[in-house]
Design a protein around this ligand. Structure first.
Ligand code: BTN
Length: 256
């Protein structure tokens, strides 16, 4: 009978890379949780607000944007699910989602694109999703940044578009290797965002913008053509009624 070996996570390497930037940073890997985002939000409400990277090898109640589920599919379809929690002082939060998407895409592969605000796409299919939640703590906020990344083939049942997976681009890559590529770079990007805002990331977002120039439909039924993002990260859509700035909506690409 074959026995599954425990997954070897690069917790120490990540801690060594990140702790010089964030002295009280810790890394925690758990075999199962309801949701890494839910767990860090619960901890933050209970006063535990030190910077942390929390990985769950599986989630029983993963959550996506706009109240959707993020489904885990078991050990046969490997995925990476983690959240980073940290206190953040930012005068303007609006660009954080874009920064996280830019960082995840950049640390994985040059061909990856971003579907506003922060889905990571490969050839028009979703490879990774990002869920950001925050909790106000006096004058600062605690941010929980959750990332779900398909590592191996994923079933498309119940999904509106077929998913992509990382091994299509990087054959043989596993969840621990993907985490090591993503996590230290992500924490650095978030710290840069805290110090400098969205501006340093806008050029890279534009290069990876999967919607630019495409016909899109907004969740309120408006049609238009996506025309990049403004300085705050709002999506610009040229519609019959003029240029609209979208800060929160579901956007779908219209078939050409
Ligand atoms: C989306 O595309 O709608 C966002 C999906 C975010 C999923 C990740 S998996 C790790 C973290 N924990 C959760 O419950 N959700 C995020």
């Amino acid at each position: 009978m074959s026995k599954l070996l425990p997954i070897q996570w690069p917790a120490e390497a990540i801690w060594e890379a990140v702790s010089p930037l964030l002295p009280s940073f810790s890394v925690e890997i758990l075999p199962q949780l309801d949701s890494t985002n839910s767990e860090l939000m619960r901890r933050a409400r209970a006063g535990q607000t030190d910077p942390i990277l929390l990985v769950a090898e599986s989630q029983t109640a993963g959550r996506g944007r706009l109240g959707r589920e993020w489904l885990s599919q078991g050990a046969s379809t490997p995925a990476l699910t983690f959240s980073v929690g940290l206190p953040l002082h930012s005068p303007d939060w609006s660009g954080l989602s874009l920064v996280v998407g830019v960082s995840v895409a950049t640390s994985l592969h040059p061909e990856l694109q971003l579907k506003w605000p922060n889905d990571v796409w490969f050839q028009g299919r979703k490879l990774a999703g990002i869920l950001i939640e925050t909790l106000t703590m006096g004058s600062t906020r605690y941010a929980v940044i959750g990332v779900g990344l398909n590592i191996g083939p994923r079933e498309s049942t119940g999904l509106s578009t077929a998913p992509a997976w990382l091994q299509e681009l990087l054959p043989g890559v596993d969840a621990p290797q993907a985490l090591l590529r993503i996590a230290p770079a992500l924490l650095q990007a978030v710290q840069r965002f805290e110090a400098q805002g969205l501006a340093p990331f806008l050029k890279t977002y534009a290069v990876r913008d999967a919607l630019a120039g495409r016909a899109v439909t907004l969740s309120d039924g408006t049609y238009g053509q996506a025309q990049g993002v403004d300085d705050s990260g709002a999506l610009l859509v040229h519609t019959d009624a003029g240029l609209k700035k979208i800060s929160s909506a579901e956007v779908s690409v219209r078939p050409s």
